[in-house]
Write a protein that binds this ligand. Structure first.
Ligand code: NAI
Ligand code: MG
Length: 358
């Protein structure tokens, strides 16, 4: 029997993280109460750039083991103006994703009702994608080094690591997602003309995995041409699979094409379910708007919905997104979407919508 009682680790971290995560928790509590279908208990983790500045590390000793006790992790954003970005990213986010084997980063994108794409011809329904990003190796494996630092003859290497095991499990998972969607269509993105080793292996592995999914239609794109296709023929795409770096870039483009970086969610999944998965809005800590009460909480609401879906609460996940879209459709929008509402107004409106929908 499925359990309906979940323990969530809440990690707001930096900048607008605490603002949007508080909004997300409020909405999740409303959803749990109104539906009566499931229970959530939240445990707060204050790991952030503040902890790093005080203690010299983001994650306390034994911290990762402690995280493993939870069913899921709800994460805000990490990054502070006075900490180099590579320190904060590697110190917290990647330090969780990598040991917890969250090897698939899944980023759905669509044009929500009431919002506008910067693409003149694209309307709600025309752009509805899921980008599946390799999240454990590739260009962000951390291999490389620097010699003769600061000298004119300095050498730096940044080595991409592609393991057949890592590529195959990710591509297979992407095909499973493609198969679960109405269009059953996947675009495998590489750069196998210029990057003639790892990317050629990606293409080969994709061709083998494709045979396991005869009902999924496959097409292949080079990453540079893919940017054009995303802009010019958004309706021709559905599920997209790419490397860590390529999909990182494509998914920011996707978020912008859908209207704002403030609405997009991302899931860091361990598809084997041996470890808890981590869910976060795709935006960063947004220092420029921190503390002003204007951060768009929709990215976190959609993130919360993806988390509930992963936990098996499909109905609650769908209901939450319906409520968010209704609120957006009524024009209750933050400034990044051209509206005037603050974080609180949008949150209150979504909570009210949830309550009245049951
Ligand atoms: P950012 O996503 O924080 O901000 C980019 C722009 O989008 C800013 O103008 C910001 O105000 C706006 N924006 C972002 N989220 C918004 C929201 N919810 N509502 C309304 N507007 C929003 O990216 P940026 O400025 O490149 O990075 C800031 C810091 O965040 C850096 O330290 C970076 O390393 C970190 N970062 C962390 C991420 C994570 O934790 N996964 C992801 C991206 C960046
Ligand atoms: Mg990014």
């Amino acid at each position: 029997p499925q359990k309906h009682d979940y323990s969530i680790a809440c990690m707001p971290a930096d900048g607008i993280g605490p603002e949007v995560i508080a909004a997300g928790v409020e909405v999740l509590k409303a959803l749990s109460e109104a539906s009566g279908d499931f229970k959530l208990s939240f445990q707060d983790y204050d790991w952030s750039s503040e902890t790093y500045k005080k203690l010299g590390k983001y994650i306390p000793d034994g911290g990762l083991e402690d995280l493993r006790r939870h069913d899921a992790i709800l994460f805000g954003a990490v990054g502070a103006p006075d900490v180099p970005d590579h320190i904060s990213l590697w110190g917290l986010r990647l330090a969780i994703c990598q040991p917890l084997q969250q090897f698939a980063n899944v980023r759905p994108t669509k044009i929500l009702q009431g919002t506008e794409s910067p693409l003149r011809k694209a309307k709600t329904g025309d752009l509805d994608w899921v980008i599946v990003r390799e999240n454990s190796e590739g260009e962000y494996a951390g291999q490389g080094g620097r010699s003769h630092q600061g000298q004119p003859w300095e050498v730096a290497t940044e080595v991409s690591i592609f393991t057949r095991h890592g590529v195959e499990r990710l591509i297979r998972f992407a095909y499973e997602i493609a198969q679960s969607r109405a269009k059953k269509h996947i675009t495998v993105v590489t750069k196998s003309n210029a990057q003639r080793n790892g990317m050629v292996m990606w293409d080969e592995v994709a061709a083998i995995v494709a045979k396991e999914f005869p009902d999924v239609k496959t097409d292949k794109m080079l990453v540079d041409a893919m940017t054009c296709r995303m802009v010019l023929q958004p309706e021709s795409l559905d599920t997209i699979v790419a490397t860590n770096l390529h999909a990182d870039i494509l998914s920011d483009l996707a978020a912008a094409l859908a209207g704002s970086i403030g609405i997009a969610p991302t899931s860091n999944l361990d598809p084997t379910r041996k470890n808890p998965s981590m869910f976060e809005p795709i935006h960063g800590s947004a220092f420029d708007i921190t503390g002003k009460g204007v951060a768009n909480p929709v990215g976190t609401f959609w993130t919360a919905s993806e988390m509930m879906r992963w936990l098996g609460e499909e109905q609650a996940a769908d209901r939450l997104m319906e409520c968010v879209e209704k609120v957006c459709g009524r024009g209750v929008l933050t400034r990044d979407l051209g509206g005037t509402a603050g974080t609180k107004e949008v949150t209150d409106a979504v909570v009210a919508e949830i309550r009245s929908s049951y």
